[in-house]
Design a protein around this ligand. Structure first.
Ligand code: SF4
Length: 468
């Protein structure tokens, strides 16, 4: 997928003015935020479980080569073929070679963000393989020729009416409006694709080192059909997804669906181990697993390694006030929200996405909900520091930061400046107590009003409180 993060500010302006998008994004609150809140309390030892999950991920990351080689050895013993891909292009080449080797003409695919990272579908089409997305959201996006806007709910930016129009146009069938009818129509179109596909392509939520298994977590049956019906199965994932044992996976599974979709458990948890044996009724005759690096190994041992703990639940974006207002496409690459604002610069280069580390209010909600305790605001701050060190900030921003630093080092001047500032802003707020424009900060006030301060500084309010 092409990285358009350099256009972030322009894309934000368009997304904030998109009424349909704003309506679609309002569903995030009820569907994901409230959904998570309703089930996360089922884990009575939540903080201990998050700490344990983070420790499992760190144990792997601190000795990644060992666990990957252990996974490869176990997977190979059970009949799978493991491939190593340094870049997205390598993934595309390997899949195309597998397709040629097995005479593949059609492929059915379940959701895989790593394949989006590589632009796999376009590469396979060029190689003469027709690819059908079978995850309902991804199928809708394939029809609409759009990219996912969320890592768990890729089509969250579209409403039902848009999907009804799209199906009527592309399927050439009478327009349906009910969700059940639309799903049935998609199922009828997709079912032959599963049955006729020569190759199934999936991602992986986890790679289990002790058994050499690929584990996928889904809510639609498509994952199982894609990985068991076609004679060739190719699983593609990042090298960081390995987990030592199935026991470790159970800890992560207590957190993943609850954090992602507000479910205690998803409809399907599939553990795929090896290719089809004589005694098996189904399963692929050929099972290939492709492990992608694409810059991940360069984070090992560095100050950003914690980002590789990510289990792609999407909770950070669901709870992010920035994502909630602009959606995923504005971020310009596969990974949106707080995790994307870190991963995209790390994997694609800070210079190619300079605005992303700044697309955060530092409210900290992402870190509070992250099931593997990634300190997302700290990592964003580190990226901002790197920008400062590399001279990537504008002259205006650098001057403002220098002025702020000077004031912070001179408490009396700071007190005077804030006193003047809050009184001025209080007056500007008028009876409404809202600022519709703020000189030098139109980026804030273009999209929303700024609440006027009370007219007193925090120090004044605090002093009054302590003297009562
Ligand atoms: S950073 Fe944390 S909250 Fe965000 S997707 Fe990854 S695991 Fe989930």
């Amino acid at each position: 997928m092409q990285n358009t993060s350099l256009q972030f500010k322009k894309q934000v302006t368009i997304k904030l003015a998109d009424v349909k998008l704003q309506d679609a994004l309002s569903r995030l609150q009820s569907r994901f935020v409230e959904g998570r809140s309703a089930v996360i309390s089922e884990i009575h030892d939540l903080q201990e479980t998050r700490t344990a999950a983070a420790a499992i991920r760190d144990r792997v990351l601190n000795d990644l080569e060992h666990w990957l080689l252990h996974f490869e050895q176990q997977a190979t013993t059970r009949g799978a073929i493991v491939h190593w891909a340094e870049t997205g292009d390598d993934v595309n080449r390997i899949v195309a070679e597998i397709a040629t080797q097995h005479g593949v003409k059609t492929a059915a695919k379940s959701k895989s963000m790593v394949s989006e990272e590589c632009g796999l579908n376009d590469a396979l089409e060029l190689a003469g393989v027709a690819v059908m997305e079978t995850d309902l959201g991804e199928y809708i996006l394939q029809l609409a020729k759009e990219a996912p806007s969320h890592i768990v709910a890729p089509v969250v930016h579209k409403n039902k009416e848009e999907i009804s129009d799209l199906f009527a146009e592309k399927h050439q069938l009478p327009r349906k409006t009910g969700i059940a009818e639309l799903c049935r129509e998609a199922r009828e179109v997709l079912r032959p694709a599963f049955l006729n596909a020569d190759m199934g392509i999936s991602g992986a939520n986890f790679l289990v080192a002790e058994t050499g298994s690929v584990l996928i977590v889904t809510n639609e049956g498509n994952g199982r059909l894609v990985t068991t019906l076609p004679r060739v199965h190719v699983a593609i994932t990042g090298i960081e997804k390995v987990v030592p044992t199935l026991e470790d996976v159970t800890t992560l599974l207590r957190l993943l669906p609850r954090s992602a979709t507000g479910q205690s458990i998803t409809n399907y948890v599939s553990v795929l181990t090896g290719n089809k044996n004589k005694e098996d009724h189904d399963g692929p005759q050929h099972f290939h697993i492709i492990l992608l690096d694409n810059g991940r190994s360069s984070l090992i041992g560095g100050e950003m390694q914690e980002m590789l703990r990510c289990i792609r639940c999407g909770a950070c974006m669901n709870h992010c006030p920035v994502y909630q207002n602009i959606g995923g496409h504005a971020y310009g690459w596969v990974y949106p929200g707080p995790m994307g604002s870190i991963l995209t610069p790390l994997l694609g280069g800070l210079e190619k996405s300079p605005d992303l580390p700044n697309a955060s209010t530092f409210c900290g909600a992402c870190a509070v909900v992250c099931p593997v305790k990634i300190p997302l605001p700290d990592l964003l701050r580190k990226l901002r520091e790197k920008q400062m060190q590399r001279g990537m900030k504008s002259r205006q921003e650098t001057l403002m930061l220098k002025a702020w630093a000077w004031l912070a080092l001179h408490p009396n001047m700071y007190a005077l400046a804030t006193k003047i500032g809050v009184r001025l802003m209080h007056t500007m707020g008028g009876k409404e107590k809202l600022l519709h424009t703020l000189p030098g900060a139109s980026g804030w006030t273009d999209g929303r009003d700024f609440p006027a301060p009370s007219g007193q500084t925090f120090r004044e309010l605090y002093q009054r409180r302590t003297h009562k």
